[in-house]
Write a protein that binds this ligand. Sequence first.
Ligand SMILES: [Zn+2]
Length: 398
Amino acid sequence: MRKPTRVVLSCLIFALAWGLHPGDSTAFEQIDALFVLDASSYEDTLRAEEAIELAGGRVELIFPNRVIIGQIDRASVAELRRDDTIQGVEFGEVAPRAGLARPNSEERTAIDFWNELVTAPPVQRTEHLEHFMMEGAARPAPPMHPSLRARLNAEQVLTPKMSGKIALMVFFVESDGKIDPETENWGNDWKMIKKQVVTGLKFWTSNAPKSEGLKFVLKFTKPKKAKVSYEPINRSSSEEGLWISELMTKKGFPDSRVGSGATYFDQVFAHNAKLAKKFKTTGGAVSEFVVASKNDADHKFTDGAFGYAYLGGWFTVMTYGNNGWGPERFNLVQAHENGHLTGEALDEYASSGCSCGETNPKGVKNKNCAACSAASCVMKDNSAPICKWTRKQLGWKK
Ligand SMILES: [Zn+2]
């Protein structure tokens, strides 16, 4: 649906109502904003994204098709509201549905996240936890199946980096009891983890230099659509291929679709490629598997792993409780894993075995490794700073 074009006069009245004048610097300060869209397709979402950026705003998180979270200055709002894809620009708490008819899972999560952000912003990330709390070291991503390399646009999915538009699909995985005894159920807990995922991503988008144009398009696969025959938390992380392959097959990406000798990595790769194409990404697409673990004593796989990512690769795996981090601090683990997954950043904590001379796939040294630096960093202890060396590893220019 299109709204009639508003006349210039209404903009003037709006500007006067805000009491704006050229000397009012706060009016031009970029602040967090919720954009509610009048969009019936992803094409409309793209048009809204363009309008926000043309007005000088920043798009950070896209929840197809009708919600965007980003930043804009108050002075540009009147101009933006003239765009027929922008239904509303909000800076404060909104009604539970923000005026949207039948919001989908992504849109509901965006609105819930937003209301928490503006009413009870997350506490400063100053926790310094022991190294035993950290996840297993980042794993190198295996080479891609040759037939995929030939068929796909390698740039879209091969070089995920911490810039541009990146699509992220989150699967909330649990067993259906067909092979392994069913010991876990997501119930409603996945709804809270969805918001934690968003918090972890907002950490990156709001800290990235604007010139990187970093934004995420989010999609969630609900637990009942992500059931597998195995109970992942009762398995070793080295058996991830059992259930990831099954899940990918269920989603329409059997190994036969990829080619002879294809692995589950290739299946995920094919899935991500489709995601990247669908959402017209510029920075690639990745998958995230979050494993139900509420009834597990330590929230770890049987080999002790609980959160890990393939370096600049296809996917990350986390659990509901992530060892001692707990669901309420899931966002910290999310942020760390995204450093590996979409940025190729290396671990910096001592027990990861990092070394100051090692280099990430972009050839950047790991000079904030605990062996040569005591400085905090998101890749060392999940704390707030993004240190100089991590920034370089992400490919950020400043
Ligand atoms: Zn790590």
